[in-house]
Design a protein around this ligand. Sequence first.
Ligand code: BGC
Length: 755
Amino acid sequence: MRDKIDVLSVLAALTLEEKAGLLSGQGAWETAAVERLGIGSVTLTDGPHGVRKHDPDAEHFSFTASLPATCFPTAAALGSSWDVELLAEIGAALGDEARAAGVGVLLGPGVNIKRSPLCGRNFEYLSEDPVLTGRLGAALVRGVQSRGVGASVKHFAANNQETDRMRIDVRADERTLREIYLAAFERIVTEARPWTVMASYNKINGGYAGENRWLLTEVLREQWGFDGLVVSDWGAVSDPVAAVAAGLDLEMPTTNGASAGRLVQAVRDGRLDEAVLDRAVTRLLTLLDQVTGAPAPAAPVDVERHHALARRVAAESAVLLKNQDAILPLDPCAHMHVAVIGEFARTPRFQGAGSSQVTPSRVDNAWDALTAAAGEHLRMTFVPGFVLSGEQKEDLLDEAVRAAAAADVAVVFLGLPEGEESEGFDREHLDLPQVQLRLLEAVARANPNVVVVLANGGAVRVTTWERHARAILEGWLAGQAGGGAIADLLFGLANPCGRLAETVPLRLQDTPCHLDFPGSAGTVSYGERIYVGYRYYDAKDMPVGYPFGHGLSYTTFAYSDLDATVEGEGEDVVVRVRLTVANTGPVPGKEVVQVYLGDAESSVDRPVRELKAFAKVELAPGGSAPVEFALTARDLSFYSTVHGRWVLESGDFEVAVGASSRDLRLTATVAVTAPPLRHPLDWHSTVGDWLAHPDAGPRLREVLSAAEGSAVASDPAILRMVESLPLNRLVQMSQGHLDFSDLAEFVDSPAARQA
Ligand code: BGC
């Protein structure tokens, strides 16, 4: 093992120019080296679901000019696995491949919240829910870093659309940011300690995320304790001096010395303290030390093993949305004729476009995998049905109808075209292409036994066509081994156990941010606030296509014996949730037990229910298992902008346990005790607020009763009316019955000002 880098002495030996030079890249993918002092560089590459190491022999940069690597399922699929251990396993495999390729930092995972299904990059993000995103993201980071490779959690923060992505100003209130858009980052930073975090392109409430001191220093470092390096998204830095001052450490890619020059000048002019520069350089050298100090890989990458892992994960991530009359699984040994229809069965869509695009080490298609798994009695026919360009080919449609009519079952592979979802732009609608929908309808007319297999990164609308399908298997963009996984699931060699990590809405107009996406004139307002995804549909009690958390299995599960008990109080409170889950069906399977929490009594509006915990449980037929969760004070709290912290209030909370956000099987109510919530009060606080104050309230009542000729305290109707008056206005309008000096004693007291 090489010697540790002595960060302090290297720092002391660097000139100002060298230090500034270290804070931006060398080329597209490396940090700068300082040969004079033997300081090497760190290689950073994408991406979240496969190592995209640029091919050094490629003449020009292109997203496809990268060395072969395993293309694992995209985050849209991984999110639907709801499997923390699996994410850690994928992370470790990614780490192994990165390390073997000489990569020090892998640019992922992407943990932005799916605010709208239209976001062109949703395939790179895990979920609409921060708890699910945070837990899965943390596992992925742990896995990658267990192999001596740093993760880069991105894109920090509120990078939820591609339209105008490099400038868009996200207007969101702090509670919304804390509870929805920052919460997953917070969990990952505090639990998995990523080596780096990537600052996003967008602005937040007026300034670029990469130049936002509140975000990069106060929240990330001071409140969450992040001690790693903040790297910019590629080309995200607009003002390098402001960025470093705010807490950004490394600008990527190179600016050919321009940013270094501006940093040097700023130090010379006294606009930037050299100590601030030193801090960023220290973090860079520490990262270099972590990367170069990691032990060498124990064994070469086993490409076959990783392919098999990719297949297993793709199977764990697919979501069986519908399975009418138990048409699935198909029996591979039956005397049956299966028509496989749709070009995607032969030419799979397995990843999205943009910086995450991997050159796969190999690609399985479903047609080959299905024929390989089919027994000798099963007759299989393939017809393409449509061409990927979307052109209408009547002869292909006719051929598909004939094939369906002649078969016992038609398995139709549909999905979004490659050009419709990518980094760099958003989707415009939620529909599958017309040509595919026409095909489906015609096939269903010829044969009602239709199974649809979907390939898409973002949610697609199902309401317009789902009546044509007896079963729908949502396969997502499932990586290079997705074809094999689909065959495993269709033939029952694997039992579907994915659950929706995002709501499938009935229609675009129903989506929470429909009126505020993607914004205009450089600004997007997050007007739906904390009501993102199921939080919105539940608050409005709206029907959805398929709810968050939904997914069927070839077996059935029963929930029983819910017991929810409270231990301790205030910050130390723990709500223990215990139940039993049993496999009541014919085959082994995995159930995702989901725990939702609702706060029945609250001083602020809160979602009807929020996911707080989950567990994926494997059970043999007839088997059962106890499942236990511990919810903490934080799980019960909301972020108070008045108090500038997470706040827990006394009162009843409803614990609901079930198989989806709309399939709640058991509920219990628990009573939680917490210190009373004090609001800082002053002359502008309302009479009602003052009356609710435990000490000042009774005093105010006394003063009001004593005020000669005033009926405020004695007449409930008047009291109700004046409750909304600011106290100073009550005094002003009391026509002399009240005097400021009567009230000053408690209004100006320290107790009143304390939150
Ligand atoms: C993307 C990042 C990516 C970077 C490097 C940017 O355009 O937003 O996610 O890691 O490019 O390719």
